[in-house]
Design a binder for this molecule. Structure first.
Ligand code: MRU
Length: 309
């Protein structure tokens, strides 16, 4: 099963809140279910959010609901990944939301294969690649961006080891990227986020590849913690790449004008269901940070490797 599938006029999602312990599915029967799924991270990752949002408009259309209103509500489900806005705009401009959503769905898979092929050209046999968060199949329809590059390099016969940052507070690295690599039989090791700098200092990382929620003038917004990884990579001369489709590029805004989502304090206060700080502790929980362009060696897109904006 892919991360999301359209079946019998419903959208079926892998429920990513339940991974890695159980593989369960979440059905979206209307656009309100889609909004719930995006807000609560049943589905997450910029390209997957975009495709899901597109099907949300299609569900509203099929039910004869006001698509303008549905689109507006879907747009406000999460603020940072530009793919959401890009996909909603695309289906709204098309005459046929479902056909357009299905087109975006198919394109996403082709795009990721192309990103993988371009990215694999810079990967050497024996490389150890550090990644942050999950920019894998689970963040897209299938295959992935950063982890798509790993898959493509492996398919070329290269031996690759992946190091996953656990990616506190939600744990997308530990829960999702590790699971994905284990399913693929690609060697993978988990580290605490705070260990990334030390591994780079010790020469244990050959390259960093992460995904992006938005590429804009001045840099890239991606999962919180990406900035610290990029700073360490610069200090220890580890090449730092972002893998992202062109649908993640926002050519209208500066990256510093983009809204960085602030999520619930509970995500930081609790770990694996256990509270790890005193009750009533004040929390700051930005979900993303910004990697400035000068820390990025290249952005791997479906059209080749390009400079940051
Ligand atoms: O909060 P999330 O899990 O949606 O954040 C996801 C990321 O930050 C990914 O790195 C990004 O969306 C790229 S996914 C190909």
């Amino acid at each position: 099963m892919k991360t999301l599938e359209w079946k019998d006029n419903r959208l079926i999602l892998i429920d990513q809140r339940k991974l890695p312990d159980s593989l369960e599915y979440f059905q979206c029967e209307n656009y309100r279910d889609v909004i719930y799924a995006i807000k609560n991270m049943v589905v997450r990752g910029a390209p997957a959010i975009g495709v899901t949002a597109a099907f949300g408009v299609a569900l509203a259309d099929l039910a004869g609901e006001d698509t303008e209103r549905a689109a507006e509500e879907i747009r406000s489900s999460r603020p940072t990944a530009v793919n959401l806005f890009w996909a909603v705009d695309r289906v709204m401009k098309s005459g046929s939301p479902l056909d357009e959503a299905l087109k975006i769905y198919r394109e996403d898979m082709e795009t990721n294969r192309a990103i993988g092929a371009h990215g694999a050209s810079i990967i050497h046999d024996g490389d150890t690649i550090l990644t942050h968060c999950n920019a894998g199949a689970l963040a897209c329809v299938d295959y992935g961006t950063a982890l798509g590059v790993v898959r493509a390099a492996r398919d070329q016969g290269k031996n690759i080891t992946v190091i996953c940052d656990e990616t506190r507070p939600v744990g997308q690295g530990a829960r999702l990227s590790v699971w994905e690599m284990q399913q693929e039989g690609i060697p993978v090791k988990l580290i605490a986020d705070v260990a990334a700098g030390y591994l780079m200092q010790r020469g244990m990382i050959d390259k960093v590849i992460i995904g992006a929620d938005r590429v804009a003038e001045g840099g890239v917004a991606n999962k919180i913690g990406s900035l610290m990884v990029a700073l360490s990579a610069k200090r220890f001369n580890v090449p730092f790449y972002v893998a992202a489709p062109l649908s993640t590029f926002d050519r209208e805004n500066s990256i510093y004008d983009v809204e960085i989502e602030e999520r619930s304090p509970e995500e930081v206060l609790y770990y694996g269901g256990c509270r790890i700080a005193p009750e009533n502790t004040e929390v700051i929980n930005p979900a993303f940070d910004i990697v400035p362009s000068d820390l990025i060696d290249g952005i791997i897109t479906e059209e080749g490797i390009v400079d940051p904006l």
